[in-house]
Design a protein. Structure first.
Ligand SMILES: Nc1nc2c(c(=O)[nH]1)N[C@H]1C(S)=C(S)[C@@H](COP(=O)(O)OP(=O)(O)OC[C@H]3O[C@@H](n4cnc5c(=O)[nH]c(N)nc54)[C@H](O)[C@@H]3O)O[C@H]1N2
Ligand SMILES: Nc1nc2c(c(=O)[nH]1)N[C@H]1C(S)=C(S)[C@@H](COP(=O)(O)OP(=O)(O)OC[C@H]3O[C@@H](n4cnc5c(=O)[nH]c(N)nc54)[C@H](O)[C@@H]3O)O[C@H]1N2
Ligand code: SF4
Ligand SMILES: [Mo]
Length: 710
């Protein structure tokens, strides 16, 4: 048979289909996102990814995760159908169901629980904010009538944000867009993490131009190697170090006297209080020499503007509030608040406010009713700390929680006390989760929903993060046609479990609603790429600081009312010395993964194939451990194994273990080996920080031994 010749028309289409198109979008869901990317697309397939040289935050930079990000979309283990559990929870048996049945089953169960126990018995859970669905989820919770949105904020930004709001009326973020004379990188490893869009290329450019760098980290990171001063801190003692900085600066009169005089409240009390923290005393606590503390504090005070880029370790132990408070005081007394190149109050562009977007007005009793109100956490913490969520399920404190809807999260690996979390998930009457692959948590759910993800739907980035800009993340390719964006799932579920008038015919209307005050449609916004608030600094000169006294509250004026410490204190490390557990355990994020995500992306797994614990060679030798050995890590809470990597970049009294591990290649009915190397088996929620309900994730007492030995 003769081959049929294509007509002119079909030939044209064939050429069009093969053509390479470049589309501009922003990277997302591999960290907080931010890099402008140029994506080469051929025939609905992504064939190339490049950093955009004109990118607002990255100026051409792209990291290995960004380059590998399209691999998520086409991966064979991608979830493609809504699934319903058959058999017992966690057994790994599923039945494919339609979207219609999935939404109906979820709504029936959540409504049933609401009717039996009240709306607050249903929780809405989200992991790291990834995109606009985060806010649609809060809206759904509000409209359903539940005050309980559970999020990981207790260990991720809330201590920094909320302590900032109480102290100076805003969340002081690092301004890398203007020149700083000095950068104090405090527990922040941004060449690996680029947290909240603080893309490291901006810092590296400043360093090339002569900006001085001081690094506070227990590990000699890449940036520590390039720094002018490296303070190799004992994990969990950051509050002690910050107080010693204040001791030197105020004691030597190096503070910004004019600013302090006019714009701070409680300086004299702070000055008297910090006399208790001389560098010599804090040297013993932090393991950093008194001379180095003194010199570093003098440099920070002497360079103006200077900026503190602070990271997760500040808030990943029970002293989160004291540490964050001490650091904001440090920024303030040196006159670095809200100045270009300092720690600024970012001005949001003219878009729909968060409260309006989530319809906070419809749930006025939220503050009193949310689970953590019972635990008297700090005012303005609006999401439930996971430890309290777990207690509500397991012990009914302050009331029982029986159902949950989860998205973009993997609590079995990400929450402290994984075994307790397992028990809690097992005890839930009903829970549904949406993800892009099956995870240890999803494997315990009643309903699993297949999400369309980044590059497959129109999204807006950085909304609600407080950095003063939003980023366009237009869709680049079609999702598998059975996968829905989370926003669509929530919109459809919303129509069933909350008043219909608050939902849209098409979920994309959320995007337009958000942009409406700016006078932009979503497509106009995409043309523009990003939207930034105006550069305005030192707003306090005209309107004061938004605190009860109108000044930076070095001493909190309402501390007594809220039962908070009025001045930052050092009350010891997060865990006391324990001869049976002589080493200090900490962790850092893996440059090639996001928390527990993407161990199944082969290109990334090749770069970081297994969970690795970093041990100093002397410590390893004492324990008879060699490079590549299996190592058992034990705390009073539990035991896991990881692989030894010997390195002198870490102090001999510290080990740094990998966090976020499960094995996608493991057995589904064993929740993909969630117990084997998962760091949070080692963490506990018995002792929590009062202000935020934060557990100790870093600065734990541990011991190690070679695997296979008793
Ligand atoms: N010990 C210890 N614990 C920690 C931390 C630590 O440093 N140490 N860090 C804490 C911090 S800072 C955070 S933010 C949390 C993070 O906690 P989580 O945000 O829960 O982190 P992940 O484990 O990355 O889980 C995210 C899930 O979202 C899925 N996902 C990705 N894209 C999409 C999407 O578009 N839609 C849907 N529905 N799902 C998607 C991924 O596949 C993954 O399973 O963990 C905290 N826990
Ligand atoms: N590659 C990658 N990027 C990410 C993420 C990820 O999982 N992977 N997660 C994203 C999220 S949600 C967040 S919140 C950010 C977090 O970003 P970062 O704040 O940078 O987070 P970490 O890597 O946990 O910690 C930073 C550094 O603190 C050091 N450190 C450990 N313990 C202590 C301590 O007690 N004191 C001090 N001063 N330093 C200590 C670690 O050695 C590490 O170098 O990153 C985001 N970006
Ligand atoms: S640094 Fe973050 S935003 Fe930039 S490419 Fe990497 S993962 Fe994406
Ligand atoms: Mo985070």
């Amino acid at each position: 048979m003769m081959e049929q010749q294509p007509t002119t028309h079909t030939r044209e289409i064939a050429i069009m289909k093969d053509e390479l198109h470049w589309k501009k979008t922003h990277c997302a869901r591999m960290d907080h996102g931010g890099c402008t990317l140029l994506i080469g697309v051929k025939d609905n397939r992504i064939v190339e990814v490049k950093g955009d040289p004109d990118g607002f935050l990255n100026k051409g930079y792209v990291c290995p995760k960004g380059l590998a990000s399209p691999d998520r979309l086409t991966h064979p283990s991608r979830l493609r159908h809504p699934l319903k559990r058959i058999g017992t929870r966690g057994e790994g048996n599923w039945e494919r169901i339609s979207w219609e049945e999935a939404i109906r089953t979820i709504s029936e169960n959540l409504l049933r629980i609401r009717q039996q126990e009240g709306a607050k018995a249903v929780a809405f859970c989200q992991g790291m904010p990834k995109g606009l669905e985060h806010f649609v989820l809060i809206r759904l919770a509000n409209l359903f009538g539940s005050p309980n949105v559970v999020a990981v904020q207790d260990v991720c930004h809330a201590p920094r944000e909320v302590s900032g709001m109480h102290t100076c009326g805003f969340y002081p973020v690092a301004d890398f867009h203007h020149k700083s004379r000095l950068v104090l990188l405090w527990g922040s490893n941004i060449t690996s993490t680029n947290e909240e869009g603080e893309i490291c290329s901006l810092l590296l450019d400043q360093m090339k131009a002569g900006t001085e760098l001081i690094v506070v980290d227990p590990r000699r990171t890449d940036l520590a190697k390039q720094s002018d001063r490296f303070l190799q801190i004992r994990p969990g003692t950051d509050h002690g170090l910050a107080l010693a900085f204040l001791n030197v600066i105020v004691g030597e009169g190096l503070h910004d006297k004019e600013f302090v005089e006019t714009w701070t409240h409680g300086f004299d009390e702070l000055a008297a209080h910090i006399k208790d923290y001389p560098p010599e005393r804090m040297a013993e606590v932090t393991g950093i020499s008194a001379d180095l503390i003194r010199e570093s504090a003098r440099h920070y005070a002497g360079a103006h503007p200077a900026v503190i880029q602070w990271g997760n370790p500040i808030e990943q132990n029970i002293h989160a509030f004291d540490t964050a408070r001490a650091l904001v005081c440090l920024m303030a007394v040196c006159g670095n608040l809200d100045v270009p190149g300092g720690n600024i109050q970012a001005n949001e562009p003219n878009i729909l406010g968060l409260g309006e977007f989530v319809r906070a007005d419809l749930i006025p009793s939220k503050r009193k009713e949310m689970i953590h109100a019972h635990h008297r956490t700090i005012p303005r913490l609006m999401t439930v700390p996971p430890a309290y969520f777990k207690n509500a399920i397991l012990e009914g404190i302050p009331y029982p929680v029986r159902g949950a809807y989860m998205q973009c999260t993997n609590p079995l690996i990400g929450y402290a006390d994984s075994r307790g979390t397992f028990d809690a998930l097992m005890k839930l009457d009903f829970f549904a989760i949406s993800d892009i692959v099956m995870t240890p948590t999803a494997s315990l759910a009643d309903i699993v929903l297949p999400a369309a993800t980044h590059l497959e739907f129109n999204d807006i980035g950085h909304y609600g993060l407080g950095h003063g800009y939003i980023l366009a993340r237009p869709k680049v390719v079609d999702p598998p046609n059975t996968c829905w964006p989370d926003m669509k799932m929530l919109n459809e579920l919303g129509k069933k479990i909350a008043p219909g008038e608050y939902w849209h015919e098409n979920y994309e209307d959320f995007l337009d609603a958000l942009l409406k005050p700016a006078g932009l449609s979503y497509s106009q916004f995409v043309e523009q790429g990003h939207l930034k608030g105006p550069d305005r600094f030192q707003k306090y000169l005209s309107s004061g600081f938004k605190t009860p006294t109108g000044k930076v509250e070095l001493r909190l004026s309402r501390a007594e009312k809220f039962q908070l410490r009025p001045l930052p204190e050092f009350t010891g490390p997060p865990e006391v010395d324990d001869p049976e557990y002589p080493l200090i355990l900490t962790s850092a994020k893996d440059r090639y993964y996001l928390h527990s995500s993407y161990r199944w992306v082969e290109r990334l797994r090749k770069r970081s194939p297994e969970p690795v614990i970093e041990i100093h060679p002397e410590t390893a030798e004492r324990h008879g451990i060699r490079e590549g050995d299996e190592v058992v890590i034990e705390t009073r809470q539990g035991r896991i194994t990881q692989t030894a990597h010997l390195t002198d970049t870490i102090r001999p009294d510290i080990v740094s273990a990998a966090y976020g591990w499960w094995l996608p290649e493991g057995r589904p009915e064993a929740q993909y080996e969630w117990e084997k190397s998962n760091y949070n088996i080692l963490t506990s929620t018995e002792k929590l920080g009062r202000a935020f309900g934060t557990p100790n994730l870093k600065g734990l007492r541990c011991r190690i031994r070679k695997g296979g030995e008793m």
